[in-house]
Design a protein around this ligand. Structure first.
Ligand SMILES: CC(C)(COP(=O)(O)OP(=O)(O)OC[C@H]1O[C@@H](n2cnc3c(N)ncnc32)[C@H](O)[C@@H]1OP(=O)(O)O)[C@@H](O)C(=O)NCCC(=O)NCCS
Length: 196
């Protein structure tokens, strides 16, 4: 599966499955988000090659979905500007559930890259991995992420109060989910409305 998006400045972005040579770029972006300090509950950047590569090998071993957004004109690791992963549930009885995580490089946010990454990853998780439901969570004060998830049809199903403790402050965690068939139905309505 592959998709191409052209930005207003005519820069082309390719969405495709991850490959081994993307690993460095993905982790550079992840570490950048850790340094921003407000979006994910992780304190320390991932530096070792072993950690980075074992993450990739685990995706392949577990047959999980990971799409990357690439600027094809650039060389690695600067070509990778975002990724969306849908991992398997740890529970045997929840193999129909996928857990979504996403990061878009700071400079490329608010351009629709997150929306496209999630769209292609959700569709692939149904067709390739037989997922039926996608779950995710974010900091409750992550307004951009919540806006995007709600716009795509995710429902808030709960809030874990004071779930995270960072620099002497507590933060809530918002839990969201979507049934893939509902997502696809909404998409059909969206396309139908665009046609009339
Ligand atoms: C959250 C994230 C993945 C979204 O990716 P993105 O490429 O910026 O997403 P999009 O451009 O498709 O959509 C962003 C939407 O949020 C809106 N938005 C931006 N700032 C906002 C704010 N403060 N409040 C509400 N909406 C906001 C944008 O206008 C856009 O909505 P629109 O399409 O209706 O105009 C990306 O911003 C990111 O990586 N953030 C840091 C890491 C993170 O939060 N990861 C998720 C943790 S669960």
């Amino acid at each position: 599966m592959k998709k191409v998006l052209e930005l207003k400045n005519r820069e082309k972005i390719i969405f495709r499955h991850i490959k081994k040579s993307d690993v460095e770029g993905v982790w550079d972006n992840f570490n950048e988000v850790i340094e921003e300090g407000i979006y994910i509950p992780v304190f320390y950047p991932v530096r070792t090659q072993l950690e980075k590569e074992s993450w990739y090998h685990n995706i392949k071993k577990e047959n999980e979905i990971c799409f990357i957004a690439e600027l094809p004109e650039r060389n690695p690791p600067y070509n990778i500007i975002g990724h969306c992963e849908i991992s398997n549930s740890e529970w045997d009885a929840a193999s129909h559930v996928g857990l979504l995580g996403i990061i878009v490089k700071r400079k490329y946010r608010d351009l629709g890259i997150g929306r496209n990454l999630i769209d292609i990853a959700i569709k692939a998780s149904k067709h390739l991995n037989h997922k039926e439901k996608i779950i995710l969570s974010c900091f409750s004060n992550n307004e951009r992420a919540k806006h995007l998830y709600k716009k795509l049809g995710f429902r808030i199903i709960g809030i874990r109060k004071n779930q995270f403790y960072i620099d002497s402050n507590y933060y809530d965690e918002t839990l969201m989910e979507i049934w893939i068939d509902d997502y696809l139905k909404n998409k059909e309505i969206e396309i139908f409305l665009m046609d009339i």
